[in-house]
Design a protein around this ligand. Structure first.
Ligand SMILES: Cc1cc2nc3c(=O)[nH]c(=O)nc-3n(C[C@H](O)[C@H](O)[C@H](O)COP(=O)(O)OP(=O)(O)OC[C@H]3O[C@@H](n4cnc5c(N)ncnc54)[C@H](O)[C@@H]3O)c2cc1C
Length: 328
């Protein structure tokens, strides 16, 4: 049986692994202690935060046909937030969801989608692949020095800058990968024992170092504990990417208080996370399947197609089907 290694257990890696799993011997390697990547949920009882992807929309029939069974299984539900645009402390414009742009979320957390897809897959967690070598087959080494031998194919499904560090430079599409930049994002997580009166459930923030505020517990089937998620702007994150995290957290708390017009420094729980590679720049998409059928190395990720969850799906789906055509 053809042996395939998939690096990365975000949505893309899991989709590729599932599509090939019955036809090949597939092993997934993930550096984190859980699956989901940028579609993750941080838990600090009683608070829950989807600190990466907030929701997703559906553009293509293909993606719709992928999520429909997950909706039927109760893994994905619609989220209907009162969504506003905030400019400073002013509510600038109330935005209503239109029928063709439904917001979907994993339930009870964004990571439920990845957990569902990971069932029955062979996944090594806490395993960061640091070296890829090809002789007749692919051999991989993790950061502890452990070697994994004998793969016919390797699929990389990790953010572009991380792929550029790992993929051999002679890979046919190496230049496309190495020129793809990804922007950062800080996620501030705030938990409150008391209720908050904001007048909205989700807000796009303009003219600020913040870009987004969401009442995470408003999403379906979340716990009641008030859990606020605040994202920085990409510009702020990129400019302050090496700053002391406590300084960044203090700044974002102050800015959130200013934008909301109420002091949120009184939060009962506060923490911050940096997504160093949150989203690709809009001009950077490669829009082709990154696959070399001579060396049997393939690369996918949201950044190949766009910036969001559906793009991660599309990239992995197209890649896995191409590999199916070639080898199975
Ligand atoms: C703050 C933020 C907000 C977002 N908001 C939205 C939104 O509202 N709507 C939307 O549609 N999209 C949103 N996105 C984008 C969305 O999360 C991504 O498009 C999607 O999750 C990408 O999936 P992926 O599988 O391509 O990559 P990832 O989810 O990044 O998966 C890659 C995986 O590879 C692992 N990995 C990396 N290097 C290695 C290695 N060397 N060895 C082993 N494992 C490795 C990582 O730990 C990770 O689990 C957001 C992203 C962020 C960060």
């Amino acid at each position: 049986m053809v042996k395939i290694a998939v690096i990365g257990a975000g949505l893309g890696g899991l989709i590729a692994a599932r599509l090939l799993n019955n036809l090949a011997d597939v092993s997934v390697f993930e550096k984190a202690r859980g699956v989901g990547g940028r579609m993750s949920t941080r838990r600090s009882e009683p608070y829950f935060f989807d600190h990466g992807a907030q929701y997703f929309t559906v553009q293509s029939d293909l993606f719709q046909s992928f999520i429909d069974p997950l909706i039927a299984r109760g893994v994905i539900e619609n989220w209907k937030p009162r969504c506003v645009h905030l400019d400073g402390a002013q509510i600038a414009e109330r935005r209503k969801n239109v029928a063709d742009e439904l917001y979907y979320v994993g339930v009870p957390g964004m990571n439920s989608v990845a957990k569902f897809l990971a069932e029955d897959l062979s996944i090594s967690l806490n395993t960061k692949i640091t070296k890829l070598e090809h002789d007749i087959k692919w051999n991989m080494t993790d950061e502890t020095g452990r070697v994994y031998n004998g793969f016919d194919w390797v699929i990389s499904s990790i953010p572009a800058p991380q792929a550029a560090d790992l993929i051999p430079q002679k890979f046919k599409y190496y230049k496309d990968i190495s020129r793809t930049e990804m922007r950062g994002c800080y996620a501030l997580m705030l938990g409150f024992e008391h209720s908050l009166s904001l007048g909205f459930d989700a807000a796009h923030v303009m003219n600020s170092d913040l870009s987004w505020i969401a009442v995470n517990n408003h999403k379906p089937r979340r716990s009641g504990a008030v859990s606020l998620i605040v994202h920085s702007s990409e510009d702020y994150a990129d400019t302050h990417i090496e700053d002391d995290r406590m300084d960044v957290m203090r700044h974002m708390v102050t800015e959130t208080s200013r934008v909301l017009g109420q002091d949120i420094d009184c939060a009962d729980y506060k923490t911050i996370h940096l997504w160093r590679y949150a989203k690709a720049g809009l001009a950077d998409h490669i829009d082709q399947i990154l696959l070399d059928d001579e060396s049997k190395l393939a690369v996918c990720g949201d950044w190949c197609v766009g910036t969001g969850v559906e793009d991660a799906f599309t990239s992995a789906y197209n890649l896995a089907n191409k590999i199916k055509e070639l080898v199975l």
